[in-house]
Design a protein around this ligand. Structure first.
Ligand code: NCD
Length: 344
């Protein structure tokens, strides 16, 4: 049975059972005409979002902001601890309580695991976790799931189930993969291949949980066999800023770079290539190669676009306006390119 999300916090992907994940997908589909700007709505007119980012972000911050604005709401943005009263020694509890007196929902990204939960403990409005250190990133997992659903359904006419997913890169510190493996574990007969050097492998407890949910998990330290016959290749950036153990590694070894040649050699024509972005394009970083840009198998920018519909769905569910969308939507009135997704 799907949950009632009205005035609930979204802090962890573990709050979502399969029915809930499917509900988010259905509401995101409902939002798609507005997210893609063909239609507009004012269902959140008068509501204000506090969009609090105490850690670097471009797309997560801007897409939460845009999602709220496309529902007709207004947004207050704070980025960096330096510009907030936390730099004056204010506790998260006090900051949270004050903001709840001003705003109707809070999005928070913070470098400490558990910080979003700490915020939620002190307020009665929805708190959405936009990433807490190496902990969780539930909105990213939801948009990743929505991307896998859309790409598989629309391109290959397949459900999310029975999917072979290669998770590649910094699986130790990448919070996106931590949340994604948990979300995908709700589907049937999944296979996860964790492709990373030993020092960056998926934490044991997450591997164990996926296995306990009945899925096959393979640990692989070589890129080529790891990617072979994958349905989804999910690449991640090396999280050098989370360098807690003094490791001086600044990039992946060159044989870890996902190139057009490797994809052509070992993956099928319908493989889905994903990355939460940002991709590290610096020389020697050896992140996902840009040779694959423009290749229809590369879904990374469609994936980022999907962040709007999914975050709109999160706001519509937690602020209780899903049922009002259909009656409060009209064609957009401003000029737009005929094919706004013309670059794909
Ligand atoms: C990710 C993050 O912040 O965890 N980015 C994002 O939210 N899209 C991944 C990353 O920073 O590598």
């Amino acid at each position: 049975m799907k949950q009632d999300w009205r005035l609930q916090h979204i802090l962890s992907i573990d709050q979502f059972a399969r029915d809930d994940l499917e509900q988010v997908i259905a509401v995101a589909d409902l939002m798609e005409p507005i997210a893609s700007r063909r239609y507009s709505t004012r269902v959140l007119e008068g509501a204000v979002l506090a969009n609090l980012f105490f850690e670097a972000s471009t797309r997560t911050r801007i897409s939460f902001h845009t999602a709220f604005a496309r529902l007709g709401g207004a947004v207050c943005d704070t980025s960096s601890v330096v510009f907030s009263s936390i730099s004056k020694g204010e506790s998260l509890a006090d900051t949270a309580r004050v903001i709840a007196g001003y705003c109707d929902a809070i999005v928070i990204r913070h470098p400490d695991v558990g910080s979003a939960q700490e915020f939620a403990n002190h307020v009665n409005i929805p708190v959405l976790n936009a990433g807490d250190g190496i902990g969780e990133h539930p909105s990213q997992a939801l948009l990743d799931l929505y991307t896998i659903y859309k790409e598989r359904m629309h391109r290959n006419n397949k459900p999310i189930d029975h999917c072979r997913v290669a998770l590649v890169g910094d699986l130790k510190r990448g919070r996106t993969v931590h949340s994604l493996i948990r979300a995908l574990s709700h589907f049937d007969d999944m296979e996860f291949v964790c492709v990373a050097p030993d020092s960056l492998q998926m934490p044991d407890d997450l591997v164990r949980k996926a296995k306990e949910a009945g899925h096959k998990v393979t640990i692989c330290t070589d890129l080529q066999p790891g990617l072979a016959t994958a349905d989804v290749v999910y690449a991640t950036r090396l999280q050098t800023e989370r360098n807690d153990q003094g490791d001086t590694q600044t990039g992946y070894a060159p044989d870890f770079r996902i190139t057009r040649k490797i994809i052509n050699d070992v993956c099928g024509h319908d493989v889905i290539i994903m990355h939460p972005l940002p991709r590290d394009s610096r020389k020697n970083a050896n992140d996902l190669s840009d040779e694959l840009d423009g290749d229809p198998r590369n879904a990374i920018f469609r994936q980022a676009d999907n962040g709007i519909a999914v975050r709109m769905a999160m706001f519509a569910l937690t602020l209780g306006v899903v049922d009002q969308i259909k009656g409060d939507t009209h064609p957009s009135r401003w000029l737009q390119p005929a094919h706004w997704r013309r670059w794909e």
